[in-house]
Design a protein around this ligand. Structure first.
Ligand code: IPM
Ligand code: MG
Length: 368
């Protein structure tokens, strides 16, 4: 049987730097664990625009559709700010999500013990935190029509449309309930049913799916603004949070900071299972391309490394190997190794991106 295939799209800014560390880890799994992947690489985002005049070519899109999993670094940068909206780097990522139908975006926020003092919140509020945000990723205001900037009378008007169908809500709700069953069995659904009809429908459909199929899971509902407040106040009250595309974008950045650094957070974007049983899948760090530090070896590769751990778990059914990799990251942090984003107020000497990757490899070796 041929090896499972991985398509690496490192992208822009710090994307290639953090992805270089993931490639070391993929190599380690081949050498030391006999876990082999057929890896290919391609362009997405600004670098694809530079090479081809588009942030994602049809050829790359086809490769992504065919791959068993896609690993993405980051897209975007100031160089591309002035580009026409249709060819901005972000459009490449959004096309991947939409055309691969990656409707369920898993964004875990886990506070590693060694980092509990790095959060902007007090230690007892974040220590031991382990929550999962499930963000709907292929619909809502990101994709709804009509959209655009139009002229009405003598002024311009910008329009985006929040739109959700029942089936779109139902499938992401199911994915949240399924996950909750493997965790602490609690789902909190967030919307703005007090001001948005799409929020009313969201709440109704999540409740219906629960009442028909998941009565064993505890379900609560919260308005998304109150949810943001509760995430800051006492985040450990949550297990799985399910929410729409835009609220999920905001809430997951916020949850990231609870864990100490945006440089720590991985994500998995999953579609429906295919004939081989694997879901269509793309794995990427929650952080962006960080143009301010790109090319300096300062970036924290952990979010990207943990995204690969999620690929092991969710695409390749290698939960034990994912545990091994996450454990290695935990050991490295416990040993005091820190990239620049994890420097406390008292300073210290940060290690570089590649030193962090090497430290994770050393910790992996220690598990053998
Ligand atoms: C994210 C990012 C993206 C989003 C951008 C880069 C299009 O912020 O993945 O959270 O808004 O979804
Ligand atoms: Mg975001």
């Amino acid at each position: 049987m041929s090896n499972p295939s991985l398509l690496i799209l490192a992208g822009d800014g710090i994307g290639p730097e953090v992805m270089a560390e993931v490639k070391k880890i993929i190599g380690w799994y081949g050498d030391k664990r006999g876990v082999h992947f057929d890896v290919s690489e391609d362009l997405v985002g600004g670098c694809a625009y530079d090479a081809h005049g588009t942030p994602l070519t049809d050829e790359t899109m086809a490769k992504a559709q065919a791959a068993d999993a896609v690993l993405l670094g980051a897209v975007g940068g100031p160089k591309y700010d002035k580009l026409d909206f249709s060819v901005k780097p972000e459009r490449g990522l959004l096309r991947l999500r939409k055309e691969m139908d990656l409707f369920s975006n898993l964004r875990p926020a886990q506070c590693f013990d060694a980092l509990a003092d790095f959060s902007s919140l007090k230690r007892d509020i974040v220590a031991g935190l382990d929550i999962m945000i499930v963000r709907e990723l292929t619909s809502g205001v990101y994709f709804g029509e009509p959209r655009g900037i139009f002229v009405e009378g003598n002024e311009r008007v910008g329009i985006n449309t929040q739109r959700y169908t029942e089936s779109e809500i139902a499938r992401v709700a199911r994915s949240a309930f399924e996950l909750a069953r493997k965790r602490s069995n609690k789902v909190c659904s967030m919307e703005k049913a007090n001001v948005m009809e799409s929020g009313i429908l969201w709440r109704d459909v999540v409740q219906e799916i629960h009442d028909k199929e998941y009565t064993d899971v505890e379900l609560s509902h919260m308005y998304a603004d109150a949810g943001a407040m509760q995430l800051c106040r006492w985040p450990k009250q949550f297990d799985v949070i399910v929410t729409d595309n835009l609220f999920g974008d905001l809430l997951s950045d916020m949850a990231a900071m609870l864990t100490g650094s945006l440089g720590m957070l991985p994500s998995a974007s999953l579609g429906l299972p295919q004939a081989n049983g694997r879901p269509k899948a793309l794995y990427e760090p929650v952080h962006g391309s960080a143009p301010d530090i790109a090319g300096q070896g300062k970036a924290n590769p952990i979010a990207c490394i943990l995204s690969f751990a999620m690929a092991l778990r969710y695409s390749f059914d290698m939960g034990a190997e994912a545990d091994r990799l996450e454990g290695a990251v935990n050991d490295v942090l416990a040993s005091g190794a820190r990239t620049a984003d994890l420097m406390g107020p008292d300073g210290g000497t940060p290690i570089s991106t590649s030193q962090m990757g090497d430290a994770v490899i050393a910790a992996l070796n220690a598990t053998l």
